[in-house]
Design a binder for this molecule. Structure first.
Ligand code: NI
Length: 177
């Protein structure tokens, strides 16, 4: 188990576009394991490598009981439908804001062995894939809010208890089963 500290809003790594993975090696396997363990411990639906301070294009998700990971993802909307729903981020703990996302997406990429992978999802899985892919581009979900909602959110977040703390190590407070 390698639970890793999660970087918080304000950390420059969250605003830095991540680099493509080139080597599908033991280091990548360790990164996917660290992301998965940390995501579980924090109770998140997804976690991207920059959130644990690693500037590589890798993320994990845990949605509807299914855990997965994607390396060097490429996400495409399927159809025109969008959905506005509450969204949160482990790097912005304790806050949720309504965010509009594509309802259906298809993502292609690779698994940690370097095999090509295609993931299709709707609703929460689609939202997680879009949210985590944004992280790899240095984009946070608060950037996607309507201008008024974004201004209100930023004002609220400036007063958050963790502002300026840099990182935190998730500790599971409640047994999952
Ligand atoms: Ni996030």
């Amino acid at each position: 188990m390698s639970v890793t500290p999660i970087r918080l809003l304000g950390d420059p790594v969250l605003r830095t576009p991540a680099a493509p993975v080139v080597d599908f090696d033991a280091e990548l396997r360790r990164l996917v394991a660290d992301l998965t363990d940390t995501m579980f411990e924090a109770g998140g639906a997804g976690l991207a490598a920059p959130q644990i301070g690693v500037g590589l294009r890798v993320f994990t998700w845990f949605v509807d009981g299914e855990v997965g990971h994607l390396v060097n993802p490429d996400v495409t909307p399927v159809g025109e439908e969008t959905e506005e729903a509450p969204e949160g981020c482990l790097s912005i703990p304790g806050f949720r804001y309504d965010c509009r996302r594509h309802l259906h997406v298809a993502a292609t990429g690779w698994n940690l062995h370097g095999d090509p992978v295609r993931v299709e999802g709707s609703h929460l899985l689609a939202r997680a894939v879009q949210h985590e892919t944004d992280h790899l581009d240095g984009v946070l979900f608060i950037d996607r809010l309507d201008p008024d909602a974004r201004a209100a959110a930023l004002a609220e977040l400036a007063d958050a208890a963790w502002t300026g703390q840099g990182e935190y190590t998730p500790i599971l407070k409640v047994s999952p089963h």
